[in-house]
Design a protein around this ligand. Structure first.
Ligand SMILES: [Zn+2]
Length: 256
């Protein structure tokens, strides 16, 4: 029984077989899926999906750093209204991405802070995307994120960065497909992080975990990352499933 804490199943890459992908996940033991929005349109789409699968799919509302220039007062007002709906369990995904830098750095920082204010106002957890921007995320969270809760989604940093992230008491680290790949510090991060602070996700349709060779990721494949986590920590897959599902339910209030 797994929770895929981050899957963009609203995207067009699932248009031809979305229902089959969702049913395959449920049949394979994925009980719940969080679909985070990346802009206004996908936040609306995520909410519509959550309404279609009550208690099984949940939505986040937010603007990805790539789209930061589309964040306006009108967008924010609609997120605020959507956040009142019971199917919306998070603000995000939002964050800073200096790797692709598709929006100017200053805009990304302003929009990041706007999401933190919204999360505080709505009392919802944050789903945070970080790429080549660890220092700035830490700086802005220290200045404006005290007392907030959330997740560093698809955590891909170093051991030292992970321990800085875990200094924010309400925040968890989420592992995705990169945990199954070579050449990073993620196994060490996954070994050191408290079990109560770990989530698993697919980030579908991206980041297919090894050893799968599919071209598109989907929620069912969250098991591969969970199996890797079990191997690293010397736990059974069932223990990892139980712990990460309980963590997701607690962070996102899925049982309330
Ligand atoms: Zn994402």
């Amino acid at each position: 029984m797994f929770v895929d804490s981050h899957a963009h199943i609203d995207t067009s890459r699932f248009n031809s077989d979305r229902e089959a992908v969702i049913q395959a996940a449920f049949a394979g033991g994925v009980t719940r899926i969080i679909d985070p929005g990346c802009d206004l349109a996908s936040s609306r789409a995520a909410l519509a999906l959550a309404r279609a699968y009550p208690g099984a799919i949940f939505a986040g509302v937010g603007t990805h750093p790539h789209e930061a220039t589309t964040y306006t007062a009108e967008v924010e007002a609609e997120y605020r209204a959507m956040a009142q709906e019971p199917e919306v369990v998070a603000i995000g995904e939002f964050g800073l991405d200096y790797f692709r830098m598709l929006s100017p750095r200053e805009t990304q920082r302003e929009v990041f802070c706007a999401h933190l204010r919204l999360a505080r106002e709505c009392d919802l957890p944050c789903i945070i995307h970080v790429r080549d921007a660890h220092e700035d995320v830490m700086e802005l969270l220290r200045a404006h994120g005290q007392g907030l809760r959330g997740v560093f989604h698809c955590f891909s940093g170093t051991v030292a960065q992970a321990s800085e992230c875990l200094e924010f008491e309400g925040f968890l680290l989420s592992f995705a497909g990169p945990l199954t790949k070579q050449g990073n510090e993620l196994p060490e991060v996954a070994r050191l992080a408290p079990l109560s602070r770990i989530l698993v996700e697919t980030d579908s349709p991206y980041l297919v975990p090894k050893p799968l060779r599919e071209r598109r990721n989907e929620p069912l494949f969250v098991k591969q990352t969970a199996l890797k986590l079990a191997e690293i920590r010397g736990l059974s897959p069932g223990e990892v499933a139980q712990a990460t599902s309980a963590n997701a339910a607690r962070l996102f209030g899925l049982d309330s």
